[in-house]
Every structure is written in C-alpha cells, then in structure tokens.
Ligand binder design. Structure first.
Ligand code: IMP
Ligand code: MG
Length: 179
C-alpha cells in the first residue's frame, strides 16, 4: 500500500505530534465545558480515536454519516444525512471532527444543521485543511495541518474506499488513478 504512494506528506511521527498539539488546545479550551465530539464518518475515524485518547479532559463521542453528491473527487453543496446523531444537542459543546476541509460544502451544511439544535457552542476540528479549495464560508478552530491542493490518502482518508488503514498521509502515484 505504501508502495502506491508517490510522496509522503505526513509521517506517523508527524501525525502524532499534530494530534498531541491539537489535543492540548482542545483540553485547555474545553476544561470547564461538556465536550461532545461528533466525527464525520468514515474519514475522521482514525483522527478521532487518536485525538480522544490524547485529551486529558472527559468527552463524549458520536458519529454522523453524510454524503455529498458531486462529480468525481469533488463534493457539492448537495449534502445528504445518511446517519444522524440520535441524542438532543441542546446545551452541549459540540466539536465536529473531520478528516479534511476541502471546498467546505460538507461542513457548512452539517454545522448549519447542528446549530439549529441549540448547542451551547459549536466548533470544528479538522486534521487537514486545503484553504485554496474553499468555496463555502467555513473555518475550523482547530487545524492539524494546512496542505496544498493535492489529493491525499491514509490515516482515515481514502481513494475508492482504500488506503484508510495506511498509518501515514501521502499522495498516490498517478498510475493508481488510471487503473
Ligand atoms: P468538502 O465538502 O469539499 O469540504 O469535502 C470534504 C470531504 O471530501 C472530506 O471529508 C473527504 O471525505 C473528501 N476529500 C476531500 N479532499 C480529499 C483528499 O485529498 N483525499 C481524500 N478525501 C478527500
Ligand atoms: Mg469525509
């Protein structure tokens, strides 16, 4: 699997440092709050499970599944909720956890939906941010790393449902897309 990579962008060690840094910020900011992390499946699963174990405050976790129909590797504003959270969010301090903030269409839709449920607060933590691709007006309070406009896989992120279990993040060789 790692042989399919053209370039490694973030090694396992670098990812560990990122997770620890973000966990420290979150632990400090949510010390006196009721942290309720909502992971957007499936991409956020590796980041979320590492992040929660690096926190030194209590937290609850939940998941949502959303799909956005666009062409190929780009999402659209047409987001559909496949699995919602099944508890009331009123009064909770919601932290949406995402693998990558790209156009922002997905997270704009999800945050607007969740804000209607009167949480005490709502913020976003994303492992990766591709700011040059942004279309929708969304910003994440916690960002693991900013990256260029390259399609990346590993550490939860997939290409055609594969490579999620690669422990680092990298760019695939072009011939993989042409198979
Ligand atoms: P957005 O709505 O365009 O921000 O789309 C974000 C979603 O697109 C992410 O949650 C990923 O599932 C997917 N995505 C965007 N860029 C990449 C990438 O480089 N690799 C893998 N998935 C990506
Ligand atoms: Mg995703």
């Amino acid at each position: 699997m790692i042989n399919d990579m053209r370039e490694i962008l973030l090694s396992e060690e670098e990812l560990k440092e990122i997770v620890n840094r973000v966990a420290k910020q979150i632990s400090r900011d949510y010390k006196d709050k009721k942290l309720y992390m909502i992971g957007i499946l499936k991409g956020s699963v590796v980041f979320l499970t590492d992040l929660m174990r690096a926190l030194d405050i209590p937290c609850e976790i939940d998941f949502m599944v959303v799909s956005s129909y666009g062409s190929g590797v780009t999402s659209s504003g047409n987001v559909k909720i496949i699995k919602d959270v099944d508890v009331p969010l009123e009064g909770k301090d919601i932290l949406i956890v995402e693998d990558i903030l790209d156009t922002g269409n997905t997270l704009k839709f999800v945050s607007e939906l969740l804000l209607k449920r009167n949480p005490n607060s709502l913020q976003i933590a994303t492992l990766l941010d591709k700011p040059s691709r942004r279309v929708a007006d969304v910003t994440a309070k916690y960002i693991g790393a900013e990256i260029e406009d390259k399609f990346v896989v590993g550490y939860g992120l997939d290409y055609d449902e594969k490579y999620r279990n690669v422990p680092c993040i990298g760019v695939l060789k072009p011939e993989i897309y042409m198979k």
